[in-house]
Design a protein around this ligand. Structure first.
Ligand code: PEP
Ligand code: MN
Length: 341
């Protein structure tokens, strides 16, 4: 359930409600909106009515939440959550474009990519340093060397950075060097990793699992938020279906659906969704049209030589022509995208 406090509720009213809930065995989560405070309380539904919460000073209403995910649900918070990554806000009016290579491969590769995606209007740089590859024989990433290069590219270009973490050690290292951490599709139900990033102070990009339902995906987000980290951005990156003409099947309808079910921002990854660079631009336009808050796109200066995901990586020139189209589509759905020219 959530207890919505009214606009005039003071700290003493909030403390009294909190105390009554805790005394009755509820776990409390404060959800701060722009205007009002909502107290999320997880516990025994049967006893809610006997607590007399609605009569307490400062309480506007008590709303039971039937869905299995509570804190990330729209019922818990009507307004959209804005996730701040350095100076970038995800979930507001501005469409945020994140771009960069699948994996950080070298200083030259990363810095060249960072400079070109920045010129084309990207606000954030992506790059994997710890790659969870299907084969143990594939390139596994430059690890801490890769993180250092991300920090260097960020210092030079001003782009905020995001990288995938796969365990406690990589999370600890990433905390030092990047602005946002990614939980990849393969780890979406790695509950100990979810709890770890939930206890960290970095915003989290949570990819949808390979075969995860929308509910399972939101439950994964609930793990993170329930540990105290509300800065979660969801990323639809395609799911497994019988169709194998594309790498995955992009579930575009999940974008408006999840925005209805949850207050968290949702972005789309057209690169992993399609696995095919020719499809990245049209699918990006479609994602913006259905209301995605951003895009995460793989870009490589020489895709034919990329150590991972070359076939789905755009060249800097292709990325540049894609971002030129985004302003118009964004404007058509009431959003903004500017290349900063
Ligand atoms: C990636 O972003 O490079 C990646 C591995 O993505 P996903 O977890 O969506 O497959
Ligand atoms: Mn990739």
């Amino acid at each position: 359930m959530v207890v919505v406090m009214n606009l005039s509720a003071g700290p003493e009213h909030i403390a009294a409600v909190k105390e009554r809930l805790e005394q009755n065995g509820f776990e409390i989560h404060m959800i701060r909106g722009v205007k009002r405070l909502v107290i999320g309380a997880v516990g025994d539904r049967q006893v809610i009515d006997s607590l007399g919460l609605e009569a307490m000073p400062g309480v506007e209403r008590v709303v039971p939440i039937m869905k299995p995910y509570k804190l990330v649900s729209r019922e818990a918070k009507g307004e959209n959550t804005l996730v701040k990554v350095k100076d970038v806000v995800i979930g507001g009016r501005e469409l945020v474009v994140i771009a960069g290579p699948c994996a950080v491969e070298s200083r030259e590769q990363l810095l060249n990519t960072a400079r070109s995606v920045r010129r084309a209007g990207a606000r954030m740089l992506r790059g994997g340093a710890f790659k969870p590859r299907t084969s143990p024989y594939s390139f596994q990433g430059l690890q801490v060397e890769g993180l250092k290069l991300l920090a260097e590219a960020s210092a030079e270009t001003g782009l905020a950075t995001v990288t995938e973490v796969v365990d406690e050690a990589s999370l600890e290292l990433a905390m030092e060097y990047v602005d946002m951490v990614q939980v990849g599709a393969r780890n979406m139900q790695n509950f100990s990793l979810l709890r770890m990033v939930g206890r960290s102070a970095k915003p989290v990009l949570l990819k949808r699992g390979l075969s995860a339902t929308v509910e399972e995906w939101l439950m994964a987000a609930e793990y993170i938020v329930s540990e105290g980290n509300e800065n979660v951005v969801l990323c639809e990156r395609g799911i497994r279906t019988f169709e194998n003409a594309t790498r995955n099947t992009l579930d575009l309808s999940a974008v408006p659906l999840v925005k209805e079910l949850s207050h968290l921002p949702v972005i789309v990854d057209p690169s992993h969704a399609t696995g095919n660079r020719r499809l990245v631009a049209p699918v990006s336009r479609a994602a913006v049209a259905v209301g995605a808050d951003g895009l995460i796109i793989e870009v490589h200066p020489d895709p034919a030589r990329a150590l991972s995901d070359g076939p789905q990586s755009l060249t800097p020139e292709e990325f540049d022509s894609l971002t030129k189209q985004l302003g118009t589509v964004a404007a058509a759905v009431g959003r903004e995208f500017s290349r900063g020219e």
